[in-house]
Design a binder for this molecule. Sequence first.
Ligand code: NDP
Length: 242
Amino acid sequence: PDRSFSGRRALVTGAGKGIGRAAALALSGAGAQVIALSRTQADLQSLEGTGIETLCVDLGDWDATEAALSKVGAIDLLVNNAAVSVLQPFLEVTKEAFDRSFDVNLRAVFHVSQIIARQMIARGVQGVIVNISSQASQRALQDHAVYCSTKSALDMLTKVMALELGPHKIRVNSVNPTVVMTDMGRINWSEPQKAAAMISRIPLRKFAEVDDVVNSILFLLSDKSAMTTGVSLPVDGGFLVS
Ligand code: NDP
């Protein structure tokens, strides 16, 4: 078996469900010591017996996040995956949806990354950060004004973090998937006509699988991408070139 991440400690946010959960399990399977952070205790409890450590906190809560991360210990690999998608027509966007989305999808990435990058620098390790963005960062999608805005900002944050953390030997990249049928994907894309319209715009004519995204996350976390920083890697079947 591939044990290429042995000796590394990884923190994955939003690891209770979906892509984050699969990434946490894959990293653990490849030898990393994994800390799965999420919001719902039951999801984390279901990871018991896998050897994965868990941390239950709402990343929308700044102070609770800081308190939780103070106990997390040394981290070499960080996956900023937690996000919410609240779809509303632009004219009906609420303050609550705006604030919650930016707090979780963007502000928490700043905060978690600051805390982890500071201790990576203090320890002198060659840390790696992967942010989970979306094709929605680079294309306008109906009812996605808030979500697209958070992910577009996340792509730029990825670049500035790469610029400033590079001299400390920390790499920062994002993966930008098309639709994946996780809970988030099912809520937003189960309507057959809506799904068919999206699939018709994807050159490979299908949505991404969770494993497609996880494989790209692991590549960007690994030494196989040692000279790559500041990029957004599409996992989109070609949507962004269509
Ligand atoms: P899911 O909704 O299936 O899972 C998201 C996970 O993040 C859940 O465990 C959720 O916990 C957790 N989470 C959400 N908010 C918080 C919070 N405030 N604090 C802590 N944990 C939180 O989403 P996906 O797996 O589909 O998405 C993962 C990433 O991939 C996201 O960044 C998303 O934007 C991105 N993405 C997804 C696509 C898709 O079509 N699915 C397409 C492109 C990008 P809980 O359920 O308890 O709130």
